[in-house]
Design a protein around this ligand. Structure first.
Ligand code: CUA
Length: 327
């Protein structure tokens, strides 16, 4: 354990590294604080009224070596702080490829989370120990902030844009989860727990859920909103096929390309005319106000699944029903 004094319990290796940097910053600050205080007191006593210390004027000389020394040492200290902090920050910006991806929707005043298999939870996040976990987060209303002190990670959760956060718990236990951005009357109640379990126990917990997998829920929404009437295969389709679309570099009608990631798919649902795929007309209506953020995440999971398992099941847009309908 050996947790830092005055600091929350550490729940990940990263937490230890953040604490080490923090200890360095505190140590440097203390060194200079005490050094400066010492000399203030020392000179105050030495040159107090009536003391016999020499007050004879000394010719001011320019000593280059001293000038350089007291410039270079602070510069080096500052650069160490910068380099060390930047390295940690950059690592925190790059989740590992194989991370377990959980979606998080913040709203006044609770956290809704969904695991890849479908299991949902509120104000609690169950995760397996030793595995990197990546959160894809968005807000339904105002800015919130997902903060787990034990992992030393915090990330704003914004309306209208996905943000991510990742951590790798290295010990079993329970940690506090806070909203760290004032978001209204019940901000202080927007709290919860991160529950770290052994992988086996976590798997059993996951299996107890009966929630629909997000890609299935997404396919239902896709059918409910009749997206499949336009997003079909073939020459006459009025909208691009979504098979194999995810993360693909897609040419745009306005020129240039876009990588069809989560952000682009979300934008295309809410503001379909922003980036129209080359060869198509801007005829898709917006679904703003009709689908919640959770629903959009589920549709994204469905579109993602069309790229992962294209041979396993025929996607519904091949049905060909109602192809004359405007949807
Ligand atoms: Cu949500 Cu504060």
């Amino acid at each position: 354990m050996n947790d830092g004094l005055f600091l929350p319990t550490r729940g990940s290796a990263y937490a230890g590294e953040v604490d080490a940097l923090y200890a360095f910053l505190v140590a440097v600050s203390l060194f200079f604080t005490f050094g400066i205080c010492f000399f203030i007191l020392f000179f105050a006593v030495r040159y107090r009224t009536g003391s016999k210390a020499s007050r004879a004027p000394i010719a001011v000389r320019h000593i280059r070596l001293i000038e350089i020394t007291w410039s270079v040492i602070p510069l080096l200290l500052a650069m160490v702080m910068f380099g060390w902090g930047a390295a940690l920050f950059l690592r925190q910006q790059q989740p590992p490829e194989d991370a377990l991806e959980v979606t998080v929707v913040g709203k006044q005043w609770m956290w809704s989370l969904q695991h890849p298999g479908g299991r949902r939870e509120h104000n609690e996040l169950h995760v397996p120990v030793g595995r990197a976990v990546k959160l894809r987060m968005i807000s339904e209303d105002v800015i919130h902030s997902f903060y787990v002190p034990a992992f030393r990670v915090k990330q704003d959760v914004l309306p209208g844009r996905y943000t991510t956060l990742w951590f790798q718990p290295d010990r079993v236990g329970e940690h506090h989860l806070f909203c760290a951005e004032y978001c209204g009357t019940e901000h202080s109640l927007m709290i919860g727990k991160v529950i770290v379990r052994e992988p086996g126990e976590f798997a059993r917990w996951l299996a107890r859920g009966s929630d629909e997998p997000p890609e299935i829920a997404g396919r239902k929404l896709f059918e409910q909103f009749r997206c499949h009437t336009c997003h079909t295969q073939g020459e006459t389709a009025r909208a691009p096929s979504l098979d194999g679309l995810f993360k693909k570099k897609t040419p745009l009608e306005s020129g240039g390309f876009v990588v069809a990631d989560e952000e682009y798919i979300r934008e295309s649902i809410l503001d379909p005319r922003a980036k129209v795929v080359a060869g198509f007309q801007p005829i898709m209506p917006t679904f703003e106000g009709q689908i919640g953020e959770q629903g959009i995440l589920q549709i994204i999971a469905y579109i993602k699944s069309l790229s992962e398992t294209d041979s396993q099941e025929a996607p519904p847009e091949r049905d060909g029903e109602d192809t004359d309908d405007d949807g």
